[in-house]
Design a protein around this ligand. Structure first.
Ligand SMILES: C[S@@+](CC[C@H](N)C(=O)[O-])C[C@H]1O[C@@H](n2cnc3c(N)ncnc32)[C@H](O)[C@@H]1O
Length: 315
């Protein structure tokens, strides 16, 4: 059994809220930029008429396989799945002859099938190769990065993307281990090393949480992808079209919030204060957090924040 067909399920976060916010025209073209296991995609399709269309993408080949084959296949003529990243959305849609869409959904981060499969190396809860790439067809694994990077660079990644106070100590321990001829190659080796280097314990949190988050964000260039995906949204959305983004940690949410605020504000050029105001391209429609019942049923929803914006008619 391959990883795509293995029984790793994903419980979709903010399912109805996200699709309610996204679909405004049942005849429209929609993009699910993070297919995962298709929880949002299936509900979007149920809201569209025969004229509507849903283009789904995922950078993980297992997600694409799950959408295209076997029992999890989405068998619907209005649906297509494509292996790419949402940072590449503009050229990916251009290749399909699409230049405008009515809604784009980004449900960020990793899916449960990725976390729960030890072979993918995302979780300190299981022992496996320290990979962490969402797209296993390209790029450098976390282990390869730790085997070659300068200590200073490793410390910066763990500090900036994991907000880890002991980033310098973790990086030092990683390099010392590497120099003794035993670079970390597995999730267990990394989590044991971090547990020794991190001196204070946060209640209810494994000491490796921050380091794992940091390496995952770095290996997948998640924040750069997000910036590119948001810029693509403004370019691709038709007037009235919706951008819906669900994020799971403060680094992501800050980027989404700042982007929407910047695109929703009239910017006055201080060098030319009497020039006409630059028209705003988005209108913020606010944010939603999962309710207590959803968080209780699905602990992964705990940190979720959904932000919604609508494209204006201005170019
Ligand atoms: C939280 S899951 C999405 C779950 C999905 N909404 C569902 O209900 O099944 C995130 C998915 O987005 C994918 N992903 C993350 N970053 C991506 C990117 N930059 N481009 C394309 N896919 C990405 C991951 O591989 C993962 O499958």
């Amino acid at each position: 059994m391959n990883a795509a067909s293995a029984n790793f399920a994903h419980t979709t976060v903010l399912l109805n809220d996200a699709v309610d916010a996204l679909v405004t025209d049942p005849d429209g073209i929609y993009v699910d930029g993070t297919f995962g296991r298709g929880g949002h995609s299936r509900l979007i399709l149920s809201r569209l008429t025969a004229k509507g269309r849903l283009v789904a993408i995922d950078r993980d080949p297992d997600a694409v396989t799950a959408a295209a084959s076997g029992a999890t296949r989405v068998d619907d003529p209005r649906f297509s799945i494509h292996h790419t990243s949402f940072g590449q959305l503009v050229p990916a849609l251009a290749a399909l002859g699409i230049s405008k869409v009515h809604g784009l959904l980004l449900d960020l981060g990793v899916s449960s099938p990725q976390i729960d499969n030890p072979e993918r190396g995302f979780s300190f809860r299981f022992d496996g190769p320290l990979d962490m790439r969402m797209d296993t067809t390209r790029g450098e694994s976390a282990a390869d990065f730790l085997a070659r990077a300068e200590e200073r660079h490793i410390a910066e990644v763990i500090r900036d993307y994991g907000e880890e106070r002991f980033a310098v100590q973790v990086a030092k321990a990683l390099v010392a281990r590497r120099e003794s001829g035993f670079p970390v190659r597995t999730t267990r080796e990394l989590s044991d090393l971090v547990a020794r280097a991190v001196k204070t314990r946060e209640p209810g949190q494994d000491p490796a949480t921050r380091t794992f988050q940091a390496l995952r964000i770095f290996v997948n260039a998640e924040l750069e992808e997000l910036e590119q995906g948001l810029n693509a949204a403004v370019q691709l959305l038709a007037p009235g079209g919706r951008l819906v983004v669900i994020s799971f940690h403060s680094l992501e949410d800050r980027i989404v919030k700042t982007f929407i605020a910047r695109e929703s504000k009239h910017v006055v050029d201080r060098r030319a204060p009497f020039a006409p105001e630059k028209p705003t391209r988005l209108r913020s429609l606010g944010r939603v957090k999962p309710g207590a019942a959803e968080v209780q049923a699905n602990p992964r929803a705990r940190s979720a924040i959904m932000r919604v914006a609508q494209r204006t008619e201005h170019a």
